[in-house]
Design a protein around this ligand. Structure first.
Ligand SMILES: [Zn+2]
Length: 288
């Protein structure tokens, strides 16, 4: 059994029919379906659920309605994504808190700092304000965090250290850093969300491969960030860049991620699949 520890199925890219990526025993295929059919296919492949973090505040309602239309379990996380902070009125923080109190999410997020997409001081300041708001909210509700940290580890880690006694675990999603950075988050009680970045061939993947080899298995979760973070274009044999850009990542590629983790660590596929499942249940305290 597999749980996708990070996917966005409420995203508008999953409305109507869409092309999505599947993994067929080691090779990728591109298929078309609507969300309901994709969920049925995931269920048949043993992907029994996903954690659905918020991106934008406007999307939370949409996100909550998802749970009723599917055989798979969708556990919610509530928050404002770092790149959406600038467009979200600061006064809406009370609404976000109210949602989090009303809908019993399993986590707060995604939240953190994204200094790759946001370079202006004003945007970064907004992200910082929301990040701290989410940290306090998660503490009040005793919930784990879904962290999105991009090109900002050296700014996020001191904040997390300051709040160390008020943290309740969580995951650094789409982690791609080196072993030292991984260790810094793990020592604060966070797991690492490993997705398709591990399947890439650029230099950054070397650091990540090293991390995946060295950290304890109990610190690893598997994720896709669907519809985003696809494996490399050459590997999914897209005819054109345009076709690749239209393609949605899906939780169906999780066996490829697990296979790569197992290969790097010299462990059996089944061992890693079982461990990442148990880790996800533990981190988010899921009631299965
Ligand atoms: Zn995400």
């Amino acid at each position: 059994m597999i749980i996708d520890s990070h996917a966005h199925y409420a995203h508008k890219r999953f409305e109507g029919e869409f092309p999505y990526l599947n993994d067929q025993n080691g090779s990728y295929t591109i298929e078309r379906a609507d969300r309901e059919a994709l969920f049925a296919q995931m269920y048949n492949k043993g992907i029994i659920g996903t954690i659905e973090p918020s991106i934008g505040f406007d999307q939370i309602e949409n996100q909550l309605s998802l749970s009723s239309e599917t055989p798979i379990r969708i556990w919610q996380a509530v928050g404002v994504h770092p790149t959406r902070c600038i467009d979200t009125p600061w006064k809406n923080r009370t609404k976000v808190s109210a949602y989090a109190e009303a809908c019993s999410p399993v986590a707060i997020g995604e939240t953190g700092l994204d200094f790759h997409h946001s370079r202006e001081k004003q945007r970064r300041l907004r992200q910082y304000l929301w990040f701290v708001h989410h940290l306090r909210l998660a503490d009040r509700l005793q919930l784990p965090l879904v962290l999105h940290i991009r090109k900002a580890d050296r700014y996020a880690l001191p904040i997390l250290k300051r709040y160390r006694s008020r943290l309740h675990g969580g995951v650094v999603h789409c982690f791609s850093g080196d072993p030292a950075t991984a260790e810094a988050y793990i020592s604060l009680g966070f797991a690492l969300g490993i997705g398709a970045k591990l399947l890439c061939r650029d230099e950054q993947a070397n650091d990540l491969c090293e991390t995946v080899k060295r950290v304890p298995l109990c610190a690893l979760l598997a994720e896709t960030d669907a519809p985003y973070v696809l494996p490399e274009r050459e590997d999914v044999s897209c005819d054109s860049k345009k076709q690749y850009e239209k393609l949605r990542n899906s939780s169906l590629i999780l066996p490829a991620v697990i296979r790569k983790i197992a290969e790097l660590r010299g462990e059996a596929y089944e061992t890693v699949e079982h461990a990442v499942y148990e880790n996800t249940v533990r981190v988010f305290r899921l009631q299965i």
